[in-house]
Design a protein around this ligand. Structure first.
Ligand code: NAI
Ligand code: MG
Length: 487
């Protein structure tokens, strides 16, 4: 492993434009999942630090320059941040890979450019958020203003620690809000670094604050804080539900992007080579620690046996490897606990009657690391727990179906509705199935495509509200109606 190239400096909270320690002086270690060794110490925010960050964000919103600034100036600053992130892709990619265990190919070549893409895209929106003039009554001049909400609390998960900064902070800031962001305790490093770059780009103090710390302490404090107007959360459905209840006391607005058990449906008439690649990339990208992972592969009966044989062969070849190696495509799971949980799910699947057709075991790299093999569970029934619950690891549940109606019935028969994939050469079938799937996203003959300009977010227990695209700006603005009496 080459993670000793240069030491990572200890992480500090970024509050009101300054890097500071936690009020308690507490720190914790963040770990490298590929080497099972600590990377550095990071400040651990408590309720007092969250309060300090919220006050800074509040002051920056009420009396600072950010919301009042000419939109063109906000645009320039956010665009500059996008440029800085691109210029630091190498550094950010390395930090992300050390902290999360994902392949450097993903963190440097895909994640870092995606964060930059978010700031560039939403920078453009700063100058394009407009109200309407609505001629409802000749006695009045009636119009609407599109205003920022205020202080946005962003709480993000460990699977895409830097991408989530872009998804949440970029639209919130473009609309003129100020932000307090809490990264996941397991992966704080890139968010803290991006907050430093934000200051370098010219964001005024207090506009973008980052407080690393525990969900049950710092996260909870943010959700309860009366100075926070909105919570934008990505993470587990369980915590999302808890946040929704807690936020009720202060009537906070919410965006909740939660779990998934997304179906990836392969019809017999598909380009099967492409579908095979899409099936494996759909689950093994990001080690399967992806909310939108195509974790249920639905395969049509007439091609089932052949397809599963090819799939298993392909998966067995995807050995985990050193995530810092640019050729690595399967890294380490984020924590020992997550690895144990995922291995436990494989056992559960076997007990339920599924067959392990590939992988299924831990496979250390250079004798270390929380790596799990690319795993295929064959012969899964859609009612099994491994088909109904989020595993959040490189484990694919393969389910058989007969015809379009059966595919739709099985695809929709889960509590979640985040994403989905459809593989077919039949255009009518693709369009009809896309309509009938209960999901926030449908990929046709593709999987796992994202862009800052394309809305993303689920239905059912996958949450509500949208990240990305024009829709996401609705999550960070409210409409004020103005009636001006002309008589
Ligand atoms: P989590 O939902 O606990 O963590 C997400 C974020 O919420 C983190 O920043 C965490 O600190 C924060 N948080 C936790 N409790 C909180 C509270 N009471 N108030 C406010 N914020 C709080 O997810 P966790 O524990 O890291 O992973 C557990 C499982 O959740 C995973 O095994 C996976 O199945 C699922 N998960 C799903 C994600 C998705 O995007 N669908 C992302 C992360 C985890
Ligand atoms: Mg870590």
């Amino acid at each position: 492993m080459t993670d000793t190239l240069s030491p990572v400096k200890p992480g500090k909270l970024i509050i009101n434009g300054e890097a500071v320690d936690a009020a308690s002086g507490r720190t914790y270690s963040t770990w490298n999942p590929a080497t099972e060794s600590p990377i550095c110490e990071v400040a651990e925010a408590g309720a007092e630090d969250v309060d300090r960050a919220v006050r800074a964000a509040r002051a920056a919103f009420e009396s600072g320059p950010w919301p009042k600034m000419k939109p063109a100036e906000r645009q320039r600053i956010l665009f500059r941040l996008g440029d800085l992130i691109l210029a630091h892709a190498e550094e950010l990619g390395r930090l992300e890979t050390l902290d999360n265990g994902k392949p450097i190919f993903e963190s440097k070549m895909i994640d870092a450019p995606m964060v930059a893409n978010c700031f560039h895209y939403f920078a453009g929106w700063a100058t394009k958020l407009a109200g309407d003039t609505l001629p409802v009554n000749p006695a009045f001049f009636t119009y609407t203003l599109r205003e920022p909400i205020g202080v946005v609390g962003a709480i993000i998960p460990w699977n895409f620690p830097m991408i989530m900064v872009g998804w949440k902070a970029a639209p919130a800031l473009a609309a003129g809000n100020t932000v307090v962001l809490k990264p996941a305790e397991l992966t704080p490093l890139t968010a803290l670094r991006i907050a430093e770059l934000a200051l370098e780009a010219g964001l005024p103090p207090g506009v973008f604050n980052v407080v690393s710390g525990k969900g049950s302490v710092a996260g909870e404090a943010m959700v309860k804080h009366p100075g926070v107007d909105k919570i934008s959360f990505t993470g587990s459905t369980e915590v999302g539900r808890h946040i929704m209840k807690t936020a009720a006391d202060t009537m906070k607005r919410l965006t909740l992007e939660l779990g998934g058990k997304s179906p990836n449906i392969v019809f017999a008439d598909a380009d099967l080579d492409a579908a095979l690649k899409g099936a494996t990339a759909g689950i093994f990208y990001g080690k399967g620690e992806v909310c939108a992972a195509g974790s249920r592969l639905l395969v049509e009966s007439s091609i089932y046996d052949d397809f599963v044989a090819r799939l298993s062969e392909r998966s067995a070849k995807m050995a985990p490897s050193d995530p810092l190696d640019p050729k690595s495509r399967l890294g380490a799971l984020v924590s020992e606990g997550q690895m144990q949980k995922v291995l436990g799910w494989v056992e559960t699947g076997v007990k339920e009657g599924a067959r392990v057709a590939a992988g299924g075991k831990r496979q250390p790299v250079n004798g270390k690391g929380w790596f799990v093999q690319a795993t295929v569970l064959d012969g899964v029934d859609n009612q099994m727990r491994v088909a109904q619950e989020e595993i959040f690891g490189p484990v694919l549940a393969v389910i058989r179906f007969d015809g379009v109606d059966d595919a739709i019935a099985k695809a929709n028969d889960v509590p979640y509705g985040l994403a989905s994939g459809v593989w077919t050469r039949d255009v009518k079938k693709a369009l009809n199935v896309s309509r009938r799937l209960q999901a926030g996203t449908v990929w046709v003959n593709a999987y796992n495509f994202y862009d800052a300009g394309m809305p993303f977010g689920g239905v059912k227990q996958s949450g509500f509200g949208k990240d990305l695209g024009p829709d996401s700006l609705n999550e960070y603005t409210h409409t004020k109606s103005v009636w001006m009496n002309l008589e």
